[in-house]
Design a protein around this ligand. Structure first.
Ligand code: UD1
Length: 425
């Protein structure tokens, strides 16, 4: 196992190139199961979750070629409809192959992803939607077994909860179903819209109005005429921008659509940051020359405050002037980082899914343990502000969602090294 050793404090200064969004790549990669000819994708990040999806798709029968870090091309041959537990357990988003397999082959067997540390994360909504399209869906021996012997037929469906991957699975399945489908209470996160853009470029007929997605089924999907570029990662960009606020520095993040972070940018300004951006050139510049002013947040579905930036905002609240209340509404157990931040001196009171943070001037270094992807990012940001040497253990979590994290931090002036953990109990 590896750990990051960070010597703080650092005043950040510099530029960061934002990678392609992992959460946009994963559904687009799953959609390749539905496309018969060769597809070229650009801006694919070099991340462990992307590697897990590659392995799963290879096991399903896709041929793939890596061309550098940013380009992959795929060509479907005969497909296998079983996604085994050994591969699915590595990444919950593997459930994204369910819709494409069912639509393309009329059958799918996908291991049921388990819960994870941040919540139970059921997939009942994904399964209910496939049933609404006419599939028979059963759970047998830990596998989701779905069949649509006569193909899928369009339907009208309202999700009980807004689910990002649930909506993506639904859109993919309905794209090749007979007739039209309307999905209400759909997720409209930028990553969902990116999937829709990709599918429409492949010949799908999908439109979005508010939180409703309408799909006119087509009989086949073909590769776009040109290569498809994945959008920049708003969560990676948000993480670096929040980091620059915590460390009172200045930063230019490039390769990101500012509109995807509109609400977060407004909060950053309220907290005292100076922010400029260009939608045309896809960059955001932020500078901070004072302690942040505390801002309370509640996580919500897009365009609300993203749950995937909640932990990083909590690190900011720890060093802000005043009191912040942070409420997590999307996942039931996404506050593990709070206890680790307290080990760094943060003044936090936890009450179920709400924490109250009284900001202090400076955190102090400590050995801390990453519990999930975004929690580890918050600990890294906190360590950059803390006085002394902090060791962040179980850093494999951060490698799932942040490519080359230490070299990007080093370019901003952070004293950080990756080491093999000597012993861990
Ligand atoms: C996606 C993102 C993840 C992000 C999350 C919320 C990917 C690969 N991951 O995860 O980074 O944190 O959206 O923005 O895109 N739920 C149900 N039943 C279902 C599906 C979901 O009850 O069938 C619940 C979940 O337990 C959770 C909430 O709905 O409480 C939202 O989950 P969902 O949007 O599905 O998250 P993911 O798509 O797994």
């Amino acid at each position: 196992m590896q750990e990051l050793v960070i010597n703080g404090p650092t005043k950040w200064h510099g530029e960061v190139n934002i990678d392609g969004a992992k959460n946009a790549c994963l559904p687009i990669m799953a959609a390749l199961l539905m496309i018969d000819n060769q597809v070229t994708l650009n801006n694919i990040p070099k991340l462990n979750d992307i590697e897990s999806m590659l392995k799963l798709l290879q096991c399903m029968g896709l041929d793939m070629t890596h061309q550098g870090q940013k380009l992959l091309s795929f060509r479907a041959r005969e497909l296998n409809y079983v996604a085994p537990y050994e591969l699915v357990k590595k990444m919950r988003a593997s459930i994204l192959v369910l819709g494409p397999l069912l639509a393309k082959l009329g059958k799918a067997e996908v291991a049921l992803p388990g819960g994870c540390l941040i919540g139970a994360r059921p997939v009942d909504q994904h399964l209910e939607f496939m049933r609404a399209l006419g599939a028979k869906v059963e759970i047998k021996d830990g596998l989701v077994c779905a069949r649509a012997d006569n193909g899928l037929t369009g339907c009208q469906y309202t999700f009980d909860v807004v689910s990002v991957t649930g909506t993506e699975n639904a859109i993919m399945a309905a794209s090749l179903a007979k007739g039209s489908t309307v999905i209400d209470n759909a997720a409209i996160e930028p990553e969902v819209i990116a999937l829709i853009d990709f599918l429409n470029q492949c010949g799908a007929k999908i439109s979005v109005s508010g939180m409703s997605v309408s799909i006119e089924g087509v009989t086949s999907l073909k590769a776009p005429a040109e290569s498809f570029s994945v959008i920049g990662d708003r969560i990676e960009a948000g993480t670096f921008l929040i980091g620059a606020m915590i460390c009172q520095g200045s930063i230019l993040v490039k390769g990101i659509c500012p509109e995807h972070l509109s609400l977060v940018i407004e909060l950053m300004k309220k907290a005292g940051a100076q922010v400029e951006y260009s939608s045309e050139e896809q960059w955001i510049r932020l500078s901070m020359d004072r302690r942040p002013i505390a801002q309370s947040i509640t996580t919500e579905v897009y365009p609300g405050f993203p749950t995937d930036l909640q932990a990083q905002w909590m690190a900011l609240a720890c060093v802000a002037e005043g009191e912040s209340v942070i409420k997590e509404q999307i996942f039931e157990n996404r506050m593990m980082h709070a206890c680790e931040l307290m080990r760094m001196g943060a003044k936090i009171k936890i009450s179920s899914n709400t924490v109250t943070v009284q900001g202090i001037e400076r955190l102090r270094s400590a050995p801390v343990m990453a519990s999930d992807l975004r929690a580890s990012a918050s600990l890294v940001l906190a360590a950059c502000q803390a006085m002394g040497e902090s060791v962040i253990q179980r850093i494999y979590h951060i490698d799932r969602g942040y490519a080359q994290i230490e070299s990007k931090l080093q370019a901003l002036g952070v004293k950080v090294v990756r080491k093999e953990t000597v012993t861990e109990n």
